[in-house]
Design a protein around this ligand. Structure first.
Ligand SMILES: C[S@@+](CC[C@H](N)C(=O)[O-])C[C@H]1O[C@@H](n2cnc3c(N)ncnc32)[C@H](O)[C@@H]1O
Length: 448
């Protein structure tokens, strides 16, 4: 996702093409409901339309640069359901609020006032958000008005201008904010994920790191003891070996109450995320509830320990010329076996793979007993591999790692992961590379 650093004066209007959509939302919030259709529009505006319209009006490059990927309704509701706070006096702050999807999820849990203006006033006192993009701030406010009207069944719009509502939701840089962190009882976070330089004085990393990591540490450093943080974060922070120091820093600052893998962020964004619940520590108390140990010893994914490729031989396209190699295709590699002898050979000029390695059939279906059916190719031969097989070459070049991977692929854990991650018949290199891979053998996953 993005690379927006801690700029003091954000340049407004990067998402100017989105303005027409924001104007439509504002008009809808000001329009009376004269029989049915208003509610349909409001439902769409509150569920996913903001993301769809952003994809239509802003290039992928721009969205990645600024890290603008809005949380879906289901994931937002899941995040809020993980709160440990039961009282109704919460003050929510999303420091990088985008179109307000997490604030909407919070507002769905807030009480209503007797009238629309009372409700908006009440919510305005308890919801705060900052974002660098002015369009998103206007959009957040309009959507909160839509939600309030929808929940109240209010057909008539209120008297106030939308801009005058929600004074604590405003253009701002969440990395420079201070007071609002202090006031918040719950921080809601799905910060930008892209890489950017660490802030000056950073002790837990150097160079370029995920903005999400920087946002989390900044938020915790500035919040009061007892503040709850509910966050959606890239999976690499949960388990990646490069993020170990970040997890240490988080454990120093906060009690880690929940680390919950979620799967792919949404259908259009090929990135795995997890849900995190923290409570800011009191510096004087004992440092219990640190980051769960499992995640310290576990490599993030298959691609951390294996090079993953698609086999290079396309049988009906490639000429049989060049050196003769042992040759494998899906029918010649029995499932869950270790092959030391390969019966077939083929002339092939292109890339071949040196054993040992694991091959996985590309074609699988959700509902089949195993989504990633594997075979280990042992020995030392250079093998021509058909393109219906995915090759996983162990970075440590050992047969032991191949056998370890095959054992893990034959599991419901991997099935569940792939069913969530990819619904089409063909496994992709990205999906196989992202399969969680445990380098330690006998540990049970635990939630804090
Ligand atoms: C991944 S989106 C998530 C938005 C929202 N929290 C949600 O869950 O839908 C991240 C948002 O952070 C904003 N952003 C990026 N850098 C920021 C910064 N330094 N301060 C405030 N917002 C920032 C982007 O404009 C984008 O809207």
């Amino acid at each position: 996702m993005p690379t927006v650093g801690a700029r003091k004066n954000p340049r407004p209007g990067s998402f100017a093409g989105y303005r027409t959509y924001i104007s439509r939302l504002q008009a809808l919030a000001r329009t009376p409901d004269q029989g049915g259709i208003w509610n349909e529009h409001a439902v769409a505006a509150l569920n996913g339309q903001a993301s769809t319209m952003l994809r239509k009006t802003a290039s992928r490059h721009l969205r990645r640069k600024h890290g603008t990927f809005f949380t879906g309704t289901e994931l937002g509701a899941r995040l809020l359901s993980r709160t440990g706070i039961t009282h109704h006096e919460g003050f929510f702050y999303d420091p990088a609020c985008g179109m307000g999807d997490l604030l909407l999820a919070a507002a769905r849990t807030l009480p209503l006032g007797a009238t629309l203006s009372e409700t908006l006033e009440l919510w305005g006192r308890r919801l705060a958000g900052t974002d660098l993009q002015p369009e998103f701030i206007d959009g957040t406010k309009a959507r909160l008005v839509l939600l309030a009207r929808q929940r109240l069944g209010q057909t008539r719009p209120g008297d106030s201008t939308i801009a005058s509502l929600f004074p604590k939701i405003r253009i701002g840089n969440g990395l420079l904010e201070r007071d609002t962190y202090k006031r918040a009882t719950t921080l809601l976070m799905n910060p930008p994920f892209g890489l950017a330089r660490t802030l000056s004085g950073c002790t837990w990393a150097g160079g370029r790191v995920s903005m999400a990591a920087t946002f989390m540490v900044t938020a915790l450093e500035r919040s009061r003891p007892g503040t709850e943080v509910l966050a959606i974060l890239p999976d690499v922070l949960r388990a990646g070996s490069f993020s170990e120091q970040w997890r240490e820093r988080i454990s120093e600052l906060a009690e880690v109450h929940l680390v919950e893998p979620y799967g792919v962020f949404d259908e259009t964004t090929d990135i795995d995320v997890f849900v995190l619940r923290l409570v800011r520590r009191d510096a004087n108390l004992k440092k219990s509830k640190r980051w769960p140990a499992l995640y310290k010893t576990r490599a993030a994914s298959v691609s951390d320990c294996f090079d993953v490729h698609v086999g290079r031989v396309v049988p009906h396209r490639d000429k049989k010329s060049g050196p003769e190699h042992p040759y494998i295709h899906p029918r010649s590699v029995p499932a869950w076996r270790t092959l030391r002898e390969l019966a077939e050979t083929r002339k092939h000029k292109g890339l071949v793979y040196k054993a040992p390695f694991v091959v996985i059939r590309r074609t699988s279906r959700p509902g089949h007993p195993y989504r990633a059916t594997a075979t280990v190719i042992a020995g030392k031969a250079s093998v021509a591999v058909e393109n219906h097989l995915i090759v996983c070459e162990p970075k440590d070049k050992t047969l032991k790692s191949c056998l370890h991977l095959m054992r893990q692929l034959k599991s419901n854990r991997v099935n569940r992961f792939l069913n969530r991650r990819i619904c089409c018949r063909h496994l992709t290199v990205a999906a196989v590379g992202a399969i969680p891979y445990t380098t330690t053998t006998k540990r049970t996953e635990r939630k804090a």
